[in-house]
Design a protein around this ligand. Structure first.
Ligand code: PMP
Ligand code: GLN
Length: 384
């Protein structure tokens, strides 16, 4: 036997891979892993084809194609009022995952502590730990999953280097208010810590709520990096495109890792996205588009004995199943998949402690017929 001494002894296969594989194996409707079951815009595909045909198939610049960085600077200015230097502050990445990993690797030194707010997206913790950092957890509780910044501040020590936040939040669908950023700003300044803001779902906020990007808070931004995922914006999660926005000093550190992590990202896709994002018609309707899906799904789910929790953003909807079953949530999600025919994600997978709130997550980035069929299966839970 090889004596490997794994760098990540406690890390298993991501819950998203596990549940999608189970859904496929059992032919279940897959509302587990977050991805649309409809295609991206034909015009976007035509643009990629155009640039491929044009021969733009070699390495992009390490920081990204200039045209795309310029368009993103304009888009961020319009959306959040922040003036950005596309050369010094914007880096195109292989999705938000690569941006998060490169940022954490660039900043976290051995024995540095990093505050994670759980339930948390599953890539943060392994990125911290593989770099020798120590993840310090602040747990949010159902049903409101609200951050109490005073309690969170108690977790900060002289070793704390970074705090990772995520708004709109996966899996709870909660979104930050201005007051959250104001309190975080005070903590970060007082305790001299850095902030990594995962804004993968920047365009997916509902009921008139505005996305509170870190870029609206210049004082936080001076010590922060914001990460975005284009996959959610263009309905093409498989393209693995995104960006990292940070002030020049932090961007320089970020790029030291990014250049040896992937060097650069798909060239023709970057040219295509530069054209696509130049027209705001291609993204300003996203909140209404996904809000309609959320509301459609909730209407279909009326009469299903699962209790919806409020989703303010993202394309996820949580349901409390405690009135129906006392199974642990992983077991319940697997049972739903294999016996009822609808796959979900157990929220305990987002807690290192495995905290079981008897809450599962469904993805509603699906065609109406898919959501309708799923609800028709789930309605049978009432007969149990
Ligand atoms: N952060 C969050 C909160 C996510 O849900 C996801 C996955 N969609 C990512 C980051 C990763 O995004 P990408 O697919 O662009 O790597
Ligand atoms: N972000 C997606 C989700 O939460 C999945 C991403 C992945 O499969 N790694 O479902």
């Amino acid at each position: 036997m090889l004596n490997l001494h794994s760098k990540l002894p406690n890390t298993g296969t991501s819950i998203f891979s596990v549940m999608t594989a189970l859904a496929n194996e059992h032919g279940a409707i897959n509302l587990s892993q977050g991805f649309p079951d409809f295609d991206c815009d034909q015009a976007l595909k035509s643009l990629v084809t155009k640039y491929m045909r044009k021969g733009l198939n070699q390495y992009a610049p390490m920081s990204g194609v200039r045209e795309l960085r310029q368009v993103i600077a304009t888009k961020m200015q319009k959306s959040y009022g922040m003036e950005l230097d596309p050369d010094a502050e914007i880096t195109i990445t292989a999705g938000a995952t690569e941006a998060l990993f490169s940022a954490i690797t660039a900043l976290v030194r051995p024995d540095d502590e990093v505050i994670l707010i759980e339930p948390a997206y599953d890539s943060y913790r392994p990125a911290v730990e593989v770099n020798g950092g120590i993840a310090v957890t602040y747990e949010l509780k159902a049903p409101d999953y609200k951050v109490d910044w005073k309690l969170l501040e108690r977790l900060i020590s002289w070793r704390t280097r970074l705090i990772v936040v995520n708004t709109p939040h996966n899996p709870t669908g909660k979104v930050f208010r201005q007051a959250d950023w104001q309190q975080l700003q005070k903590i970060a300044e007082d305790r001299d810590i850095l902030v990594l803001s995962d804004e993968a779902y920047e365009h997916l906020t509902f009921d008139g709520l505005a996305h509170q990007s870190m870029l609206r808070f210049p004082e936080v931004y001076t010590r922060g990096l914001a990460v975005f995922s284009f996959g959610k914006t263009i309905h093409a999660t498989g393209w693995k495109m995104g960006c990292c926005i940070a002030p020049p000093q932090l961007t320089r550190e970020f790029r030291k890792v990014h250049q040896y992590n992937v060097f650069s990202v798909n060239t023709p896709m970057q040219y295509a996205l530069a054209d696509f994002f130049a027209d705001e018609e291609n993204y300003i309707h996203l909140p209404a588009f996904f809000q309609e899906k959320r509301d459609f799904f909730l209407r279909q789910m009326e009469g299903v004995p699962l209790k919806p929790l409020k989703s303010e953003g993202t394309y996820f909807q949580l349901f409390d199943y405690s009135a129906l079953s006392d199974m642990p949530d992983l077991e319940f999600a697997k049972w739903l998949t294999t016996e009822v025919g609808v796959a979900a994600i157990p929220t305990s997978a987002f807690y290192a402690s495995g905290r079981d709130e008897k809450v599962v997550r469904f993805c509603f980035a699906k065609q109406e017929q898919t959501l309708k069929k799923a609800a028709e299966k789930l309605i049978k839970l009432g007969d149990l």
